[in-house]
Design a protein. Structure first.
Length: 204
């Protein structure tokens, strides 16, 4: 039996490459989802232009004490089922009604190379500086701190001799393009269950 199309909110703070990946996967039919709203943490970013080009509703929220309240008020109004952080850099206080309904993708294999200030190029450079032989990405549920929520799935890629943060970042992003839609599909099919701070994935 076909599962219903899932309604998403996508949260962005920058260029919107992860947003574009979700738009593309929806467009090619490999992800049965609708982006009901895009929420940006600041104006004047490329991600907003990507949203507008795709004909998506886009809201900009200001930083401050009301940030979390404003984000989830917009999500409520849009009747979203899942909130997807896509390069969102601000810490949110996730209300109880959204526990287990907010995902993030991080460009490293958590719990390594996570935490405040670890995003984008900084992550890949830290991986190289440590001399790691593998990197990858992690999709996880969001809790009340940076990058510590229960892990849903991970994908790996090699770190190659001569890699720079940019070349490694491009390779990791190719894994992100697969991982995030897959995690959304698992949620959509109700195959994810939170048990004692861990995520269990049920079979079809």
């Amino acid at each position: 039996m076909k599962v219903p199309t899932i309604q998403l909110a996508v949260l962005i703070s920058g260029s919107g490459t992860t947003l574009q990946n979700l738009i593309d996967r929806i467009g090619d039919g490999s992800l049965d989802a609708r982006i009901a709203v895009v929420i940006a943490s600041r104006s004047g970013i490329l991600g907003i232009e990507r949203a507008k080009s795709a004909g998506l509703r886009c809201e900009v929220v200001g930083r401050g004490d009301d940030l979390s309240r404003d984000v989830f008020r917009i999500c409520d109004e849009a009747k979203v089922e899942l909130v997807c952080m896509a390069g969102w850099l601000s810490l949110l206080e996730v209300p109880t009604r959204y526990h287990g309904k907010v995902m993030n993708i991080h460009p490293a294999l958590l719990p390594e190379f996570g935490g405040k200030g670890m995003y984008g190029r900084r992550v890949h450079q830290a991986v190289l500086d440590r001399g790691c032989k593998r990197s990858g990405c992690t999709v996880h549920f969001v809790d009340q701190t940076y990058d510590t929520g229960p892990i849903i799935l991970q994908r790996e890629c090699p770190v190659l001799e001569g890699d720079t943060a940019e070349t490694l970042g491009r390779r990791v992003f190719e894994e992100e393009k697969i991982a995030y839609p897959e995690a959304i599909r698992l949620f959509q099919e109700k195959r994810l269950r939170l048990v004692g701070g861990r995520v269990e994935t049920r079979g079809k």
